[in-house]
Structures are given as C-alpha cells and as structure tokens.
Write a protein that binds this ligand. Structure first.
Ligand SMILES: [Zn+2]
Length: 435
C-alpha cells in the first residue's frame, strides 16, 4: 500500500483570458473612419482560479470537533486552506459557494469491495460509488488478469478512485471463484511475486474452511504469503472467520483484517495480541443486522420493483446472532483502541451508508465511524492525499443537508459530491446508471 498513486491533476483552473487592449487607434490617422476602431475597455482584473466554500459545518475526518461555521478554499483540485470562516484567506477574484446550513465530510473510502472487471463496467461501478459519496474503493482479490488495473492511474470524471488487490490467494476451493489456489509455501510465495509484478495495492488472502468444506490456508502457508508480501513492500489483508485464525494471523504479521472474527466473541488473548500489534487495521465489514430496514432513502436510484424486493427483507434470527457476535467484537476492539477502518464487501454502491449505521448500532460513536470511513480507511490503503479535509489534500468531499454527528443516517442526505475539486454529475449518473 505504501505506494501513493497520484492521479493526474487537471481541470477546474482553466486559464481565464485577460482582456488585452491593443493600441491600434494611435498613429493611424487618415486610414479609416474612427467608428471602426474598437471601443476602449478597462483591463479586467485577473480572476482567481480559487473556489471558496463558505459557511458549512466542517467535519474534517480526523475526529476533531467540527468547525461550526467553516470555510475552505480549493485550487487545482486540492484544498488550499481550511478553517473557521473569517480565519481563511479568500483571494480576491475567487469564486464563492455558499454552503451555510450544510455539513461537509470527506468522501468515504471503501476498503473492501468486489467490483466489475471490464473497463466500462468498472468505471460504471466507480461512478455509482461517487454518486453515494465514495471517493475511492479497493477490489479485494477478485480482479482477474484482464482487469484494467491502469484505471488506478486515471482521473476519470465522476468516478471514485480505483485500487486493487489483484488476484487473491487461498487454498483450492472448487466451486468458488478461481483465484490463486496454493497448497505449498513455495506456491504461495510465487503467487505473491506474480501479484507484486502487477503492482497490486494489497495482497488478499482467505483463511476460511467455509463451514468445513475445504482445507484452509495453514499458518505455514499464510506465514509465507505475509513474509513474501512484506519483502515486496506490500501489505496483506486477510479474510478470516475464526478467532483461532485471527490470532494466528496476528502472530504471523498480518496488516489488515478484511472482516472481524465471526465464530465467537473475542477473548483476552486476542486483545493482548492486538495490543502487541497496534498498527494492525480492522475492516469490520459487518454482516446485515437481520432486521427489516427502511431503504426508502434509495428511491429513485434503482427500479421500484428492485427497491420493493430489498425492502421486503424479514427478520432473520440467525443473521441477528451472526451480526451480534461481530458487533460485540467491533465494540470491544474499538474501545481497546484498535485502528478501525471501513469496508462493505460485494458490489453495492450505497452499502457504506448502511454499514456506517450498523457500526453506530454496534456501539461506536458517529464521529468515530466517520473517522473510520474516511481518514483511517484512506490511511489503510496508502491514500496519503485523501481521508481528511486538510490543506494539500485532494479536494474530495461530500456536502450533506444534515449533521451525521446527530444521526449517522444523515450521511444519506447528500446535496453534492466533489472529487478532485470538481462537482460530480450525480443527476447524470442517476439517470444513466441507476434506473
Ligand atoms: Zn470480500
């Protein structure tokens, strides 16, 4: 992850032409009627390329108290100054956008998704995410050899940034998606080298016997993966299920949990291991709560029948129990100070807004959940110029109609989304891609 992939700068600051006066009128006496001379003009002051966004409540994304009446300036795709209105210098000639009554948060960074693998569909997935305020997302191990990884280096209008864990590594799982199926440490190391050669952003492993169906990766093999990945300067994210594997992976040097422990409540030994590895990141990736959920806020973003089918979900006690284990584990780990980041799994562009609510239901504060979904998730993915509203960072932000610190579901009340300082064409995305 380490490698910071900088997308190309550009746009916004189109050069504003100066009005030049050419002194043609002088010295041409007798050559023609004065009426043909251009009317004299005043030279226009050079307009600034800076845009000032004024008056919003700013939630910076670092856990600090919100700036209740804030202003930030943006130039050439990046934040220039951020602070209380009045304390931020707005250059003469800057454009001004009035955001009073609004709340601004950084764009969400989704640290665990599985997106399409062809160029057009992948771009559509990234644009759907931008619609919902997501600024970057990483496909976690399900990209194939044809996936256009070069999209990572492109600044595609109206699209979230793309990152990829390439092709993940697991033991043979016939019937499931074919990735690197390895049975020895040597094969595992070769798989890592193959992915490193494609310059992936992370190595993904699955350590899960899928309810006893398969032999899962042994500690020897996942240890080899982690060692080889680190030798290549790449971090390892692990899909886990059991507490035992969670402990084994912590001992073996794993960097990121792509899910929490799911088979039981964690114990003191797990907490101790986490305390010894304070840099390890948890992507909670909670399962559904197993309760009927109001998804009416999605009206207009999908066909009505599809929304009705989603709304018809009934209470599911087994799902509630599974959710309960992971919610309790998240609450304990967050309380214990583990770094919590953010991910949703699957390919559902609006899922982050449900996940954030689930994380609050689990016991985290809305402020902590926003930090997890922005700064911590960006940091976990090595996105050094994302995750907070801060001078020098990419101007990626979401304008909300209400304060998510009061009610986390206010992250759904999106007025506008900006990526690299440019407003996302949400209506265009909605009409092209959602219906
Ligand atoms: Zn996944």
């Amino acid at each position: 992850m380490q490698r910071h992939r900088k997308t190309s700068e550009n746009r916004v600051a189109a050069a504003v032409p100066y009005a030049f006066l050419i002194g043609v009128a002088v010295g041409l006496a007798g050559c023609g009627p004065a009426a043909e001379q251009p009317a004299p003009e005043q030279p226009a002051a050079p307009a600034s390329s800076v845009v000032a966004y004024e008056g919003a409540r700013l939630i910076v994304g670092d856990g600090s108290a919100p700036i209740e009446n804030g202003t930030f300036t943006v130039d050439d795709g990046s934040f220039v100054e951020v602070g209380a209105s009045g304390a931020v210098a707005v250059p003469e000639g800057a454009s001004r956008v009035d955001l009073s009554g609004m709340t601004v948060i950084p764009t969400i960074v989704d640290g665990h998704v599985h997106m399409s693998t062809t160029r057009d569909e992948l771009i559509a997935d990234l644009q759907r995410r931008a619609y919902f305020g997501v600024g970057a997302a990483i496909s976690m191990g399900s990209d194939d050899l044809e996936t256009p990884l070069e999209i990572r280096d492109e600044a595609i209008p109206d699209a979230a940034r793309f990152l990829s864990a390439g092709l993940g590594i697991t033991s043979p799982e016939p019937g499931r998606r074919v990735v690197h199926w390895v049975t020895t440490a040597d094969e595992a190391r070769q798989a890592v080298r193959d992915e490193a050669a494609r310059d992936v952003d992370m190595i993904k492993i699955w350590v899960d016997d899928r309810d006893g169906q398969y032999d899962k990766l042994s500690p020897e093999i996942y240890g080899a993966v982690i060692e080889e990945a680190h030798a290549n300067g790449i971090q390892v994210a692990a899909h886990i299920f059991s507490l035992e594997d969670g402990k084994g992976l912590l001992r073996a040097g794993v960097d990121v949990f792509a899910h929490g422990v799911r088979d039981r409540d964690i114990d003191q030994e797990f907490l101790d291991l986490v305390a010894e590895r304070p840099e390890v990141v948890l992507v909670p990736n909670l399962p559904g709560r197993g309760v009927p959920t109001d998804l009416g806020w999605l009206a207009g973003t999908m066909p009505d029948e599809q929304l009705q089918a989603l709304q018809a979900t009934e209470a599911d006690p087994a799902a509630q129990e599974a959710h309960g284990i992971q919610a309790r584990n998240l609450a304990r780990l967050s309380e214990a100070g583990m770094i919590v980041a953010f991910g949703t799994d699957g390919n559902t562009p609006w899922a982050p807004h449900v996940e954030m609510e689930d994380m609050v239901e689990a016991g985290m504060s809305p402020a902590d959940v926003i930090v997890a979904a922005t700064r911590n998730s960006a940091a976990a993915l090595g996105l050094a110029d994302m995750g907070t509203i801060e001078a020098g960072k990419s101007a990626d932000f979401v304008v909300l109609e209400a304060n998510p610190l009061d009610d986390i579901t206010n992250t759904r009340r999106i007025a506008s989304v900006y990526l690299r300082g440019v407003e996302v064409d949400r209506e265009g995305i909605r009409s092209r891609l959602m219906n």
